[in-house]
Design a protein around this ligand. Structure first.
Ligand SMILES: Cc1cc2nc3c(=O)[nH]c(=O)nc-3n(C[C@H](O)[C@H](O)[C@H](O)COP(=O)(O)OP(=O)(O)OC[C@H]3O[C@@H](n4cnc5c(N)ncnc54)[C@H](O)[C@@H]3O)c2cc1C
Length: 409
C-alpha cells in the first residue's frame, strides 16, 4: 500500500493559488468590512459580491463539486488541503461557495435529487444565485436522535401537507429553498425509516420565520421556524419515502469533514497566535516562550493539531476510495472539535487579558468553537457509536484493529 502525503504539482499549485487569493483578496476586504453590523449594508454586499466574482473568475469556486457542476473537481484529500487554506479567512469558504449549510446541501442534492430537481435547485446553488438551508432540528425533542422528529407530513392529493416546528435552521433568512426532514411513516420497519426529505421553495405560505435565535456569539442567522399547513408538491420529495435518515447520513460524512477542515484552520491560527505572543511577551525574567509551562501548552497544541490533520486526511482518503468512512469521520469530528476548543483556550491563556478582549479574534473564535462539540452529532453520541464499533470489532475478530482506522499497523 502506497502512503504518500505529497501533493501533485497541479494540486499544490491550486493550494498556493487559494492561499494567495485569501491573502491578497479576502483578508484585505475583511479588514474593510470590520464589524458587519457597523458597515453600511450596500457597501457590505458590494464587497462580498466582488470577492465572489473574483473567486469565480480565478477558478477558485466550488472546490467540493465536480467540474460538470462548475466545481474544481477535487477529491476529498485534496479538498482537505484546499479548504483548510480557504478557512484561514472568515469569509473564505463563503467566497468560494463551499460554506455550510450550502456545501452539505449540494452533496445531498448531487446524490439524491432527480434531474429536474438538480436543474431547479442545485444549478442556481452552484452558480451562487441562491442560498439554502437544512431543517431537521426541533426544540421539543432531542436533535441528536432523529427518530424522535415530530414535524409531520401527510399526503393530500398530489401534495404533502406539513405541520411542525424547527429551530436553529442556519441561513433560513437568506435561503431560496430548504431541505426539510419530516415524519411520513407511522409504523416503519425500523425507527430510523420514519422520516422523508422534501425540498421547500422559500418563501412559502405556511413556513414562518418566528425569530433569529440569539446565541453566545450573537444572533447569527439561526432561525426558529413554525410550519403550519405547508403544502409541498410530491415532485419535491427528495429521495424516497422513509429515506430521510440515509439522506442525512450521506450529507453528514463529507459535511462533517468539511467542518473539521475549517476547524483545523482555526486551530492553526490560534496556535500561531499563541507562539507569536509567547515569543514577544516578557515576564519574571524571560520570554513566555522560554517557560516550560508555556512550552507544554505549545507542545500539546502542536501534537493535537498534528493528530487532527492525520485523522482528517485518513477519513478523506477513505471517502475518496469508496471505503466505509463512518467511523473515521466520527472519530475525526469528535477529536477535531475538542482539540479546537482546547487550542483556542490555551491561546487565550497565553494572551492573558488581551486574549479575553475583543482586540484579537480569539474571543470570537472561542465562542464559535463551542458549538462544534454538539452540532452535527454531540460528542457523547459519537463516543457511543465509536465504542459500539470497537466492541463489535472485538467480538467479531478478537481484535479492535478494524475499529481503529483499519490501518496496516
Ligand atoms: C450554530 C448551530 C447551527 C446549527 N444549524 C443547524 C441547521 O442548519 N439545521 C438543523 O437542523 N440543525 C442545526 N443545528 C442543531 C444541531 O444539529 C443540534 O444542536 C444537534 O443535533 C443536537 O441536538 P440538540 O441541540 O437538540 O441536543 P440534544 O439532542 O438535546 O442533546 C443534548 C445533549 O445531550 C447529550 N446526549 C445526547 N444523546 C446522548 C447519548 N446517547 N449519550 C450521552 N449523552 C447524550 C449530549 O451531551 C448532547 O449535547 C445547529 C446548532 C448550532 C448550535
Amino acid at each position: 500500500m502506497a502512503i504518500d502525503f505529497t501533493l501533485s504539482p497541479e494540486v499544490e499549485a491550486i493550494r498556493q493559488r487559494v492561499r494567495d487569493f485569501i491573502q491578497t483578496v479576502v483578508k484585505p476586504a475583511e479588514e474593510k468590512i470590520g464589524d458587519p453590523d457597523k458597515i453600511e449594508r450596500s457597501s457590505y454586499l458590494k464587497l462580498l459580491l466582488q470577492m465572489r466574482a473574483e473567486a469565480k473568475a480565478a477558478g477558485l469556486w466550488l472546490p467540493h463539486m465536480p467540474k460538470e457542476w462548475g466545481g474544481m473537481g477535487l477529491g476529498h484529500v485534496e479538498l482537505a488541503m484546499v479548504q483548510a487554506e480557504a478557512a484561514k479567512a472568515y469569509y473564505g469558504p463563503w467566497v468560494m461557495n463551499c460554506q455550510a449549510p450550502d456545501e452539505g446541501n449540494m452533496h445531498t442534492l448531487l446524490h439524491w435529487a432527480t434531474d429536474a430537481q438538480k436543474e431547479k435547485y442545485l444549478r442556481p446553488l452552484c452558480e451562487g444565485h441562491v442560498m439554502s438551508c437544512f431543517a431537521m432540528t426541533e426544540p421539543e425533542v432531542a436533535g441528536s436522535d432523529p427518530t424522535l422528529i415530530q414535524t409531520k407530513a401527510i399526503r393530500d392529493g398530489d401534495d404533502w401537507v406539513v405541520n411542525g416546528h424547527k429551530w436553529f435552521i442556519s441561513n433560513a433568512r437568506r435561503a431560496g429553498f430548504a431541505i426539510l426532514i419530516a415524519r411520513t411513516e407511522d409504523n416503519p420497519e425500523r425507527p430510523q425509516a420514519a422520516n422523508t426529505g422534501f425540498i421547500v421553495d422559500l418563501p412559502s405560505p405556511g413556513w414562518t420565520r418566528v425569530r433569529e435565535v440569539g446565541t453566545m456569539h450573537g444572533s447569527t442567522g439561526h432561525s426558529e421556524i413554525q410550519i403550519e399547513d405547508l403544502r409541498i408538491p410530491s415532485e419535491n420529495m427528495l429521495g424516497g419515502r422513509g429515506q430521510g435518515h440515509r439522506l442525512g447520513q450521506y450529507r453528514l460524512g463529507p459535511a462533517r469533514l468539511a467542518h473539521c477542515m475549517r476547524w483545523i484552520s482555526q486551530a492553526e491560527t490560534a496556535l500561531e497566535m499563541m507562539v507569536d505572543r509567547a515569543t514577544k511577551r516578557f515576564a519574571h525574567g524571560s520570554l513566555l516562550s522560554e517557560k516550560q509551562g508555556i512550552q507544554w501548552m505549545i507542545a500539546d497544541s502542536t501534537m493535537e493539531l498534528y493528530q487532527c490533520k492525520l485523522m482528517v486526511l485518513h477519513a478523506a482518503y477513505k471517502i475518496d476510495r469508496g471505503l466505509d468512512f463512518t467511523s473515521e469521520v466520527s472519530m475525526a469530528k469528535h477529536f477535531v472539535a475538542n482539540a479546537l476548543g482546547r487550542i483556542i483556550d490555551r491561546a487565550i491563556q497565553v494572551h492573558g487579558a488581551l486574549g479575553y478582549s475583543t482586540d484579537t479574534p480569539l474571543a470570537n473564535m472561542y465562542q464559535h468553537a463551542r458549538w462544534a462539540r454538539f452540532a452535527d452529532g454531540p460528542d457523547e453520541v459519537h463516543q457511543m457509536r465509536i465504542a459500539q464499533r470497537t466492541i463489535a470489532a472485538y467480538k467479531e475478530h478478537g481484535s479492535s484493529r478494524t475499529a481503529t482506522g483499519n490501518l496496516p499497523i
